[in-house]
Design a protein around this ligand. Structure first.
Ligand SMILES: [Mg+2]
Ligand SMILES: [Zn+2]
Length: 222
């Protein structure tokens, strides 16, 4: 079945109002704030930075982390409606996160048949502190250092669906994916980075904004 486009959205700070990786790791250990600042200034690559953050979280407290995430996360306005419209229109929707799978599951709940696909790193709790399996490593021409390579994911999804990729994001984890995508909705740090590198994007605040922009410019037949 041919589709007009595929939607890829970041999770932390995009679907959720706040970055839950930052919220969780700094809640457990306030010293992590300095590490987060270094990641945002791009002094540390993401893979190195994320490993360092999660290495400070004892595995045995997993259920406390899940409770914290479920209670602390708030959704960006319009998200649930956005997801329903895409599902009704049979438009493929992927949540692509450089966070960890157990975090998405804690916030979003169990995966449903019509809900978005989830692509993220895999958390392991079989060592004293949380370890990360990186299932989507960088491949050329991505400049590298992604952790989870959104560049690779965008490229694969465009090939799989033979359709343009719409990318939605807010931060440093999104830069390599956004540069490759066919259309970008950006806010916060991502908007600044794209501005600095002269990459075209549409600013957004809520998912209602994204929905209106997408369906105004594209004929979609459900
Ligand atoms: Mg983000
Ligand atoms: Zn990459």
């Amino acid at each position: 079945m041919s589709v007009p486009f595929v939607v890829v959205s970041d999770f932390d700070g995009t679907i959720t109002q706040h970055d839950m990786v930052v919220a969780l790791t700094c809640q457990v250990n306030a010293d992590n704030r300095a590490l987060v600042d270094r990641i945002n200034r791009r002094e540390l690559d993401l893979k190195t930075g994320l490993s360092a953050l999660f290495e400070t979280l004892p595995s045995e407290d997993r259920s406390a982390y899940e409770t914290f995430l479920a209670e602390a996360a708030t959704f960006r306005s319009g998200y649930h409606q956005f997801q329903r419209v895409l599902s009704d229109a049979h438009i493929p929707f992927y949540i692509v996160s450089n966070g960890l799978d157990f975090m998405l599951d804690a916030v979003l709940g169990p995966k449903t048949e019509h809900g978005p696909e989830r692509i993220s790193n895999h958390a392991r709790f079989d060592t004293e502190h949380i370890a990360i399996d990186w299932d989507y490593p960088c491949q050329p021409p991505c400049p590298g250092g992604c952790g989870l390579c959104k560049h690779k994911v965008v490229s694969e999804l465009r090939d799989r669906h033979h359709a343009p990729v719409v990318f939605i994001g807010d931060g440093v984890t999104d830069v390599n994916g956004a540069r490759l995508a066919d259309r970008v909705f950006a806010r916060s740090h991502l908007a600044q980075y794209l501005e600095e590198s002269d990459t075209a994007y549409t600013p957004f605040d809520t998912f209602d904004d994204v929905l209106a922009a997408l369906f105004q410019s594209t004929e979609v037949h459900a």
